[in-house]
Ligand binder design. Structure first.
Ligand code: SME
Length: 160
């Protein structure tokens, strides 16, 4: 069992410090990539308020394939020229979208989604996966969220 002390009432930088400690503890000695992605998705889902989806897409054979997640069932495959996830993977840069309805090509897996943060996971410079967070709130994610999830992606890059 892993319990995170990350509390959304904390200032975000502190929240993410705690979140990373929990993610580190749950993945450090576990070699199975699915187990690690599943627990990290659950950790995000349990600790971050106002999410309706949290999880992974993995880059396999030139497209994104659904990985472990929490939330409603989602599209299984995303081409790199599609959606917010495809944009993050193809540009190797985080996509923080305040209003998904204003993002050309956004893929609405859940009509309730209003904002989205997608962070690529890079291993030795190459994209291996993306972390995707969706929220029913407009502009749910700020620069601190992006920095925190980017730090998480760096932490787990060799463990997923
Ligand atoms: N909205 C994403 C698709 C994945 S779901 O949000 C889980 C996109 O536009 O790439």
């Amino acid at each position: 069992m892993f319990d995170s002390t990350a509390d959304p009432a904390q200032p975000k930088p502190e929240f993410y410090r705690e979140l990373l400690l929990a993610a580190d503890a749950m993945t450090a000695s576990e070699p199975d990539t699915v187990a690690n992605m599943a627990n990290v998705a659950a950790l995000l889902w349990e600790t971050m308020p106002d999410l309706n989806w949290a999880g992974f897409y993995r880059l396999i054979g030139g497209e994104l394939v659904l990985g472990p997640f929490c939330g409603r069932p989602a599209c299984t495959r995303i081409a790199l020229d599609r959606g917010v996830c495809g944009a993050a993977a193809s540009t190797r840069s985080s996509q923080r979208v305040a209003d998904v309805h204003a993002f050309p090509g956004h893929i609405a897996c859940d009509a309730a989604s209003r904002s989205e943060l997608v962070v690529p996971v890079l291993r030795r410079g190459a994209v291996i996966a993306v972390i995707d967070l969706d929220s029913p709130a407009l502009a749910r994610f700020d620069a601190d969220d992006q920095a925190g999830i980017e730090a998480l992606a760096a932490l787990i890059a060799d463990r997923i």
